[in-house]
Design a binder for this molecule. Structure first.
Ligand code: ACO
Length: 347
């Protein structure tokens, strides 16, 4: 490793040590789950598989051809990694039959199912559906749509959940941030559904509160974000957020949730008190529900690039079994983190 890379790597390790990421990894180690990584053709994935195996974060099942993976990654110790080649797997026929049964009502033929099941992401999703693994991570070299579609078609939503969505765990920079006493925030939905109805937004806020508790260990205070605070502006987009707040409060009366709030009213105590007096959330929010994907995706990238936050995710929520999509710009360490989070979502 070049000297500057070593310095950068050390810096990253210092930032991570003792942080939420380390806590998540420790919890994952205790669970010892089987997680499938679908992209054996990607060097970062192979490196992550080796790290996860070495650190005993999970039992990794890597999809791909063992000889090719070994040829492309001569410096990686593959001896303890389970590698399955979908094309030659004895389970391929069983999985193809399962896929056919699941999708025949949508017009899929047996021939199409046989072909489709060989695709590594579909193969991984079918392993997950069959209970042969506990979780799936993919998307290092496939688009979000191509990664999530097999999950949406095969794994489907958990009982009572209308829509799969995603959230980002935003970890404050090591220098801290005066508005983030716990050192972490949740932003949603930064990666999955382009738009929301009021009911969908309410459901997504409720699902995100659960993830905030289970993955980040936060006591969720949820701000439903808008360009308006408590009726300061009038627009259909504002009405949608107001309606979502009403529905969420009705569905989950115990949640600490408020809106519509502008971001400053949600996070700065003095602004919150001024713009939304009496709110138990304004000025103290730690879970931020953006009104749509454009706002959320832009928002998390601003916090990451200008605010120095570490963005972990997007992490999917609402699937019947845990499945996560990586960013194509991810590093091996991001994949390791996604594996650990996926293991936690199996609980
Ligand atoms: N929850 C549950 N089921 C869903 C959802 C959802 N959110 N979205 C689609 N589905 C279901 C459909 O009902 C359908 O089911 P069926 O075939 O059994 O009837 C199935 O999934 C496939 O539906 P499609 O319409 O083919 O899927 P679509 O093309 O809508 O793709 C997707 C869904 C991939 C999630 C799409 O909404 C998308 O591309 N979102 C944006 C992702 C993105 O680009 N994010 C930003 C980048 S991420 C980053 O910055 C790190």
């Amino acid at each position: 490793m070049a000297f500057m890379d070593k310095v950068k790597d050390l810096g990253r390790k210092i930032v991570e040590s003792g942080t939420i990421v380390e806590e998540i990894k420790k919890k994952a180690q205790a669970l010892n789950k089987r997680i499938v990584l679908c992209e054996g053709e990607d060097k970062r994935v192979v490196e992550a598989a080796a790290i996860c195996t070495r650190e005993k974060l999970a039992h990794i099942v890597l999809l791909g051809n063992r000889d090719e993976i070994a040829r492309n990654n001569p410096n990686v110790d593959l001896s303890y990694i389970e590698i399955i080649d979908p094309a030659t797997s004895p389970k391929l026929e069983t999985y193809a039959n399962l896929l056919y049964e699941l999708r025949k009502s949508k017009g899929m033929t047996e021939e199409q199912a046989k072909e489709q099941a060989k695709d590594a992401t579909f193969f991984g999703a079918l392993m997950l559906k069959s209970g042969d693994v506990d979780g799936l991570v993919s998307g290092a070299c496939h688009s979000t749509a191509n990664t999530l579609r097999p999950g949406l078609q095969i794994i489907k939503t958990a009982p009572g959940v209308t829509s799969v969505s995603s959230f980002n765990l935003m970890v404050a920079p090591p220098t801290g941030n005066e508005y983030v006493p716990d050192g972490k925030l949740i932003f949603a939905d930064c990666g999955l559904n382009p738009t929301y109805t009021a009911e969908g937004l309410a459901d997504m806020a409720i699902a995100t509160a659960k993830s905030a508790r289970e993955i980040a260990g936060l006591d969720p205070k949820i701000a439903m974000l808008s360009f308006s605070t408590k009726g300061s502006a009038k627009h259909d987009n504002v009405t949608l957020v107001q309606e979502a707040v009403r529905i969420a409060k009705e569905k989950a009366p115990d949640l600490k949730i408020d809106g519509e709030l502008q971001f400053d009213a949600a996070i700065v105590p003095s602004v919150g008190e001024f713009k939304a007096p009496g709110s138990e959330v304004a000025g103290h929010a730690n879970v931020f529900i953006f009104p749509d994907l454009q706002a959320a995706n832009i928002g998390y990238k601003i916090a990451e690039r200008l605010g120095g936050f570490q963005a972990i995710g997007p992490i999917c929520q609402g699937f019947a079994k845990p499945l996560n999509d990586l960013s194509r710009g991810c590093k091996a360490s991001d994949i390791v983190c996604a594996v650990a989070i996926t293991a936690l979502q199996t609980r």
